[in-house]
Design a protein around this ligand. Structure first.
Ligand code: CBF
Length: 826
């Protein structure tokens, strides 16, 4: 039987908006600014949310379900207003109510800052997972940091990226609740005093430390149509005492200032690095700060209605989102031993049964390692515990392998120890201290098992499993592409909203001419919407009838935006030299943020903008190619872009992209993938069929062979392939910059060894021709309208596997074993 939709009182909402405008701002609707109206409307929605939130908490208190704590340095939530309305099933009534008040829901939504407490895929995945957890009715907490400044806003000035602070909290956040009653203390530094207490127990007490107060802010995470509201709990830091100058002697004064400084710095800013670790002291402090507060909270919550701490794992699971929260293993050990007096063995049993770890990358620069002296100075008690975990683990390695023929025990220790070379290896701590290790796509998990984490896999195969990533269809279809969402519902009903495998039923329509025309007409409308955005933001007029070829993601060498733009440069030359050659018009759309200190990435942005400038203004090109770099790529404009994409560029060097999730979002919206057999592309192609994607380039196996043998020589390709040579020469011949030396560093790293890196580390030259070939096939396929419509529709029809609901259900069934909450939806 179909569930009744949640009820929503439209008139009450209208009254609340008027009331809020009056009481918050002492204004009438006519006097209020758009921002004030947004705030008033958001508070009115929050009223409705809070009722469901309280019901969920009450149900949890009664039913005592197992809770997952998803621990993550990053939650890239995007705007909440529209998404909350969708999941409350209140978008239409609110739109109507706002209409009746003379307001446009889109303009109201646009007033909300786009909370960017994350860098890219990893943080956005965390947000999708929370949406799915609530929708599937599981009790979950996202645990993270309330950064004052999230991911920087990107401005493009003279083609260069300029980073501007993201002041997302400037006007407050109407959806959050400050929970000062749940504040926790977190200690840093000092030393450990060890003594025996009156019961003969060995006590470890941290003394001489600095302390900050962790204050949680709760944000609601609403399940779709089921009345469940989970919580994203993000922590802010405050000094522990108010600073009272007159009562401090010199020592205390110093300490008070230090504490205040520490508190004010801790949550100031998100490190803007993706797949790369800066290794800064403050980052380790951030990690311990939110983890200590979250672990303390989880233990206390459990003890509210249980008395045997040894069974914590029956009701609690910690999922560690990458290595960043790994210090949770040692923090839980500390609390169990030092605060609840468990023996080492008992504490270890609880800890390993509670913790699980997800690996999101094989990029070595992203695997966190901390210098021992820094770690020890900052977290002296935690260090002692890690040291002991390591000692016992090294013992275990020796016991397992000593005497085994052909096995070099020292090599095993070298590759697996947690403490080695004066470093604390966080991935190793996560693997040893938990019971589950997963990769995020089949290929990625295989590479982990066969290469990066081979020794661990051989020693503890039972811990390893794969959980292919997913995305939420509520945000990335319902909210991002309402035209297509309504069309899908008209064709197959609305079960897809909570069961994306239903999309399979669209296969019945892939050969239906009328359906094809409708589908492509929706795409065209979405392209017109994006074209308007581009005109407004870039001042560039693009043709919605051209192929929209999209590469939006973080800028990283392994993602190979450089390969894309080099082929654009080549095609520019080709069109200029053969003005009469047939060429299907194409709009190349890029969007990407580069880490602030990542010079090659930033220069690539400049290159894309320089190429855009030249090509878009060259009358010879007659609009056959346009190049657009969308400034400040983020969740809100991503929604417009995905809905409008014809072609989804997923061209990372095979083996380097763990999964990718933009590939899934574009597939859902009917874009056809051009990609390498990397990450989740492999599974996408498997679902949609090779004939409905454009695959090119080296395989992961081939890439790894070249890397092992060191026998790749890009200079040979440069010298033997005139197309490659032309594209590369254009980097330094002044075509795209008066200063011929400007792009020389990019040219150099493709042809020469630079700073210890192989020439063309990411095999751009090697894949250049097959990429060009695939591009050509795309133009041919697009020219055949029926063929393209079928391919695009097939992509939407085959995306069922890539819902984060499926991923979460797999985590629940195979790793977390959560119980469903029974909430009476009203
Ligand atoms: O698993 C989510 C995503 O995480 C990354 O973004 C990451 O930061 N490690 C990976 O690069 C993506 O491949 C992956 O989809």
């Amino acid at each position: 039987m179909k569930k009744k939709p949640l009820s929503f009182d439209k008139d009450l909402f209208k009254r609340s908006v008027l009331y809020n405008v009056k009481t918050l701002y002492r204004k009438t609707m006519e006097e209020a600014t758009p921002q004030e109206i947004y705030q008033a409307a958001a508070y009115a929605i929050k009223d409705a949310i809070v009722d469901h939130w309280m019901t969920t908490q009450k149900a949890a208190a009664e039913q005592d379900p197992k809770i997952v704590y998803y621990m993550s340095m990053e939650f890239l939530m995007g705007r909440a207003f529209g998404n909350n309305l969708i999941n409350l099933q209140a978008y239409k009534p609110v739109k109507e109510a706002l209409d009746e008040l003379g307001l446009d829901v889109n303009l109201v939504e646009d007033q909300e800052p786009d909370p960017a407490l994350g860098n890219g895929g990893l943080g956005r995945l965390a947000a999708c997972f929370l949406d799915s957890l609530a929708t599937l009715g599981y009790m979950a907490y996202g645990c993270g940091i309330r950064y004052k400044y999230g991911m920087f806003r990107q401005q493009i000035k003279d083609g260069y990226q300029v980073e501007v602070p993201d002041t997302w909290l400037e006007n407050g956040n109407p959806f959050e609740l400050r929970r000062s009653e749940l504040a926790k203390e977190v200690k840093f530094g000092g030393y450990v005093n060890m003594f025996t207490d009156e019961y003969g127990r060995t006590i470890f007490r941290q003394e001489g430390y600095q302390v900050v107060r962790a204050v949680p802010y709760d944000l609601p995470v609403i399940g779709y149509g089921n009345g469940v509201v989970d919580t994203l709990r993000i922590w802010d830091a405050e000094p522990i005492q108010c600073f009272q100058l007159d009562s401090f002697d010199k020592g205390d004064y110093q300490k008070a200032v230090e504490q205040e400084n520490l508190a004010s710095q801790l949550c100031e800013v998100l490190y803007p690095n993706d797949n790369h670790i800066a290794g800064k002291e403050l980052r380790l402090k951030q990690q311990y700060f939110f983890i200590s507060a979250s672990v303390q909270t989880a233990v206390q919550r459990y003890l509210r209605n249980h008395d045997d701490i040894r069974k914590l794992y029956e009701k609690t699971v910690f999922q560690l989102n990458d290595t960043h929260p790994t210090v949770a293993v040692a923090e839980l050990m500390r609390i169990l031993m030092d605060d609840y007096y468990l023996s080492w063995d008992d504490a270890w049993d609880v800890t390993t049964k509670t913790c699980c770890y997800t690996n999101h990358t094989i990029m070595s620069e992203a695997l966190e390692k901390w210098p021992v002296d820094l770690f020890q100075r900052l977290l002296p008690r935690i260090y002692q515990i890690v040291d002991e975990i390591n000692r016992r683990f090294v013992d275990q390695i020796m016991r397992t392998y000593s005497g085994s023929a052909g096995i070099d025990v020292q090599a095993k220790i070298r590759s697996m120890a947690i403490l080695y070379d004066n470093q604390v290896k966080m991935a190793h701590l996560a693997i040893v201290g938990g019971h589950s290790v997963n990769g995020v796509a089949k290929l990625h998990t295989e590479i982990l098992k066969q290469r990066e984490l081979k020794d661990f896999y051989e020693m503890m195969p039972e811990k390893f499993n794969n959980k292919t990533n997913g995305i939420t269809q509520r945000r990335f279809l319902m909210h991002a592409n309402p035209l297509l969402a309504d069309w899908v519902t008209e064709k197959i009903g609305d079960d897809w909203i909570t069961d994306l495998s239903q999309m399979d039923k669209l296969k019945d329509f892939v050969n239906d001419k009328k359906a094809q025309a409708e589908f492509m007409d929706i795409k065209l409308k979405n392209k017109q919407r994006l074209a308007e955005y581009i005109l407004e933001h870039n001042g560039v007029k693009v043709d919605p009838k051209s192929i929209f070829d999209v590469q939006v993601k973080r800028l990283h060498e392994y993602k190979r935006q450089l390969l894309n733009i080099l082929t654009v440069m080549y095609k520019y030359h080709d069109i200029k030299s053969h003005p009469n050659k047939d060429f299907y018009p194409k709009t190349y759309i890029f969007g990407a943020k580069a880490a602030a200190g990542y010079l090659t990435a930033k220069l690539t942005i400049k290159l894309i903008n320089s190429v855009a400038e030249v090509i878009n203004n060259d009358p010879d090109i007659k609009g056959k190619i346009k190049v657009v770099f969308i400034e400040d790529y983020r969740v809100s404009n991503a929604e417009l872009i995905f809905a409008a994409a014809d072609v989804s560029e997923q061209i990372s060097t095979a083996s380097k992209e763990a999964s990718g999730t933009g590939n899934m979002k574009m597939m859902l919206n009917g874009a056809v993938t051009i990609g390498t057999m990397d990450g989740a592309n492999v599974e996408i192609v498997n679902e949609v069929g090779e004939e409905n994607a454009f695959i090119f380039g080296l395989s992961s196996q081939e890439v790894m062979e070249y890397e092992k043998n060191g026998n790749y020589n890009p200079m040979d390709i440069y010298n033997s392939d005139p197309n490659v040579k032309k594209a590369l020469d254009m980097l330094v011949d002044g075509t795209f910059s008066k200063d011929k030396e400007l792009f020389r560093p990019l040219y150099n790293c493709l042809l020469n060894k630079v700073g210890g890196n192989r020439a063309d580390q990411y095999f751009i030259l090697k894949d250049f021709e097959s990429y060009l070939e695939a591009q050509k096939k795309i133009s041919d396929a697009y020219a055949d309208k029926k063929r393209w419509a079928k391919m695009a529709l097939m992509n939407t029809a085959c995306c069922g596997k890539f819902s984060s609901d499926r991923t979460i259900q797999e985590y629940v069934d195979e790793v977390w074993h959560l119980d469903k909450l029974n909430v009476e939806a009203k």
